[in-house]
Design a protein around this ligand. Structure first.
Ligand SMILES: Cc1ncc(COP(=O)(O)O)c(C=O)c1O
Length: 432
């Protein structure tokens, strides 16, 4: 009998014998007793095998379903680097999203001397993806929803294009996590994760992992990890496992809250656009992420980058901070990072586990602290977003240019059954 991934997560690493601790003990050993020839089934040296990783990898594999292997790393970037090295050495190109996490693009271009060329495309433009893959032996690297624009690419169709071009297809699934989206079921060879975000969930550890059904790829990744030494430490692994056990509860609450905040923002007179997959209710989102859209949303003010900085700084509960997925809500103006290509005034918000009503109240008081007289819809943020993304994606809600400022309505509390709280008042006209 196979228990649910949620149940397996709670119990991995527990030895069912008298006197055993329920959580795996922390074992900070770098080397282990061993005589004679090394036994591959036992730990010998901490860079090659480490009991601290095993439970984490078992838990991550359980999330994505039977037959999976997980290989863990000390950060998401270390996981991405090993995956690129394992897949791209004998290929000409890595085809990546042009609006995904900017450090992945940077990493791919830095690895150029060791293999493939980084080529960026809009993954929602399937003709562009097909042409990019046709140009030479490639790896197709997707990220969906993307960070920070939360655009959703069609995994099944991308998998079909990759298969037709004989290109390994991998998906950065950090934003959704394997509980909300299972790329391998849509035809991906591997899911890659930053465990630093929702999976560990407490803003106290960095980690990364790759999950795949291919034993061959898992072996290649372990080889890169052993050779390159990019290993997670025992304490970090222990923290990740501790966080993973509560992932199902956290992600459900954070998805509900993110949807409630996004819904509230779509009705706010000082907000020009809101990006959150759950807002659209479109069939692609329902098919790929049937159980929620995760903690991350972003929005654009009808104002300048300085206005966005002022809103972020005015928060009293939401923490001005980078990263996402922690139990505490955080936000930042994303383009304060020089290599970020998001619109200058875009604010990325990660919903934590505080009650949604508190988040809405805090976002609202921060927005209301802004200077008066901002022009909705046609401000700098909206214009730069339109230039960047060739039209809004299916889950972007943008205030219609014809819609003027509207009165502020106090937020309604979230519904008891976990359904999203809609802002009170009559909805204004939004263009999707
Ligand atoms: C989508 C995505 N992938 C990968 C990473 C890299 O993760 P890490 O910071 O753990 O190296 C991040 C970090 O923000 C991310 O947002």
């Amino acid at each position: 009998m196979e228990f649910s991934p949620e149940a397996q997560l709670i119990h991995v690493g527990t030895e069912r014998k008298a006197g055993a601790p329920l959580g795996p003990p922390l074992m900070p050993a770098s080397t282990y007793f061993s005589a004679g020839d090394p036994d591959p089934a036992l730990p010998g040296y901490g860079r090659i095998a480490n009991p601290g990783w095993e439970a984490v990898e078992e838990a991550l594999a359980a999330i994505e379903g039977p037959g999976c292997h997980a290989v863990s790393f000390p950060s998401g970037q270390a996981a991405s680097m090993s995956l690129m090295l394992a897949l791209a050495g004998d290929r000409e190109r890595i085809v990546l999203p042009d609006d995904g996490y900017y450090n992945t693009r940077d990493l791919a271009s830095k690895l150029r001397p060791h293999g493939a060329e980084a080529v960026t495309v809009d993954l929602l433009d399937l003709d562009a993806v097909e042409s990019a893959l046709a140009a030479g032996p490639s790896v197709l690297w997707a990220e969906t929803p993307t960070n920070p624009l939360l655009r959703v690419a069609d995994l099944q169709r991308l998998a079909a294009l990759a298969a037709a071009a004989d290109a390994p297809f991998v998906v950065d699934n950090t934003v959704a996590t394997g509980l909300l989206q299972k790329p391998l079921e849509f035809g991906a060879l591997a899911s890659v994760y930053s465990l630093t975000k929702s999976l560990s969930g407490h803003s106290d550890v960095l980690g990364g992992a790759v999950v795949t059904r291919s034993a061959e790829l898992a072996r290649a990744l372990r080889d890169w990890r052993t050779a390159g030494g990019a290993i997670p430490g025992p304490f970090e692994s222990w923290l990740v496992l501790r966080g993973l056990k509560t992932l199902p509860l956290r992600i459900a609450r954070q998805s509900d809250s993110a949807l409630a905040v996004a819904t509230f923002l779509t009705g706010h007179p000082r907000v020009a656009a809101v990006h959150y997959p759950g807002l659209s209710g479109g069939s692609l989102v329902k098919t790929q992420m049937p159980n929620g859209s995760g903690c991350l949303l972003s929005f654009e003010l009808s104002g300048t980058a300085a206005d966005a900085d002022a809103v972020v700084a005015a928060a009293r509960l939401i923490v001005p901070s980078t990263s996402f997925g922690g139990v505490e809500s955080t936000w930042e103006r994303r383009a304060r990072w020089p290599a970020e290509t998001a619109p200058a005034g875009l604010i990325r918000l990660s919903a934590g586990i505080e009650p949604a009503a508190d988040l809405i109240a805090d976002a609202d008081q921060a927005l209301r602290a802004l200077r008066p007289g901002l022009v909705p819809a046609t401000g700098e943020a909206g214009a730069s977003r339109r230039r960047r993304c060739r039209g809004p994606g299916p889950r972007t809600f943008r205030r219609s240019a014809r819609t003027g400022p509207r009165p502020w309505f106090p937020p309604s509390p979230p519904a008891r059954n976990g359904a999203a709280a809609a802002p009170s008042g009559t909805p204004v006209s939004w263009s999707a």
